[in-house]
Design a protein around this ligand. Structure first.
Ligand SMILES: Nc1ncnc2c1ncn2[C@@H]1O[C@H](COP(=O)(O)OP(=O)(O)OP(=O)(O)O)[C@@H](O)[C@H]1O
Ligand SMILES: [Mg+2]
Length: 271
């Protein structure tokens, strides 16, 4: 039986798809057979970030409508074995997804995979609800700003009430906070909320802090999940987060202002 993880946020553009691609890749790198599903019907971004857009033939909606089977529709990653992508349709609207169809696809994938990562669209409407409904765990992606934190708080309310687990009275969806686009310098200047501010408001366990970094856009333009760029801070931060997701005890990094420049200057001054 696979574990189903939803990457969700409420607010748009906070880094959900970046996170879905990185986390799915990280799980597969650690030997877990993983599929990542793009629930953003109509937009279709995940295949770009995963670098497989030219290989899309059939999509999630085709599978739901039984126009293709999973074997025809899953795209196997060329870099990481055990990693598969189920792309979204670019042409249809969000209302094409329905609970029964999504449930059937997730059940079929469950037989074969260890992890199913569901990349949610923005908002709190149908698409986001479909992506979270079957989740066992949720990665709540939040930027250190008030509007993002407020939307994440609304998502936490939905995870506790509108999911299959909630409706069936099972154990609640396990929630993880992932703070992305974090810039310690701007936090120090008081321009952004700090890790402590956000964890205090949302009151869920911190899975990781991903620094703001130009490397992320560069990697996604190149169709490469940032976690594969293992010399970058953001890639390493995602790798730590995947370790924590699997229960490893790893110290948080990238949350303090880098002092290296200052010490280097001091050394120059002394010599
Ligand atoms: N840590 C980061 N540092 C810098 N830029 C980032 C970081 N994470 C994400 N971004 C950038 O933010 C933008 C939005 O990222 P992404 O598409 O992952 O967000 P999303 O939440 O999936 O958006 P949507 O709600 O539209 O689906 C992209 O341009 C991406 O490169
Ligand atoms: Mg997205």
């Amino acid at each position: 039986m696979a574990k189903v993880i939803v990457t969700t946020s409420g607010k748009g553009g906070v880094g959900k798809t970046t996170t879905s691609a990185a986390v799915a890749t990280g799980l597969a790198l650690r030997g877990y057979k993983t599929v990542v599903i793009d629930f953003d019907v109509g937009l279709r971004n995940l295949d770009l970030i995963m670098g497989c857009e030219r290989r899309v033939v059939y999509d999630f909606v085709n599978v739901i409508r039984k126009e293709s089977n999973l074997k025809q529709s899953l795209i196997k990653d060329k870099r990481v074995s055990d990693l598969y992508i189920l792309p979204a349709s670019q042409t249809r609207d969000k209302d094409t997804l329905d609970i029964d169809g999504v449930g059937r696809v997730i059940e079929e994938l469950s037989e074969d995979f260890d992890y199913i990562v569901c990349d949610s669209p923005a908002g709190i409407e149908r698409g986001a609800f479909m992506a979270m409904y079957f989740a066992d765990e949720a990665i709540v992606v939040t930027n250190p700003e008030v509007s993002s934190v407020r939307d994440s708080d609304r998502i936490l309310g939905l995870l506790a009430s509108k999911t299959k687990r909630a409706e069936n009275g099972q154990d609640p969806v396990k929630e993880h906070l992932l703070l992305t686009r974090y810039d310690p310098l701007r936090v120090e200047k008081g321009e952004m909320l700090s890790v402590e501010d956000v964890t205090e408001i949302l009151a869920i366990p911190l899975l990781g802090v991903i620094p703001e970094s130009k490397d992320v856009l560069q990697a996604s333009n190149a169709g490469c999940p940032i976690i594969l760029e293992n010399e970058t801070d953001a890639g390493q931060a995602y790798d730590d987060a995947v370790g924590r997701l699997l229960g490893e005890d790893i110290n948080h990094r990238f949350i303090e202002v880098e002092k290296k420049g200052f010490f280097n200057k001091l050394r120059l001054f002394r010599s």
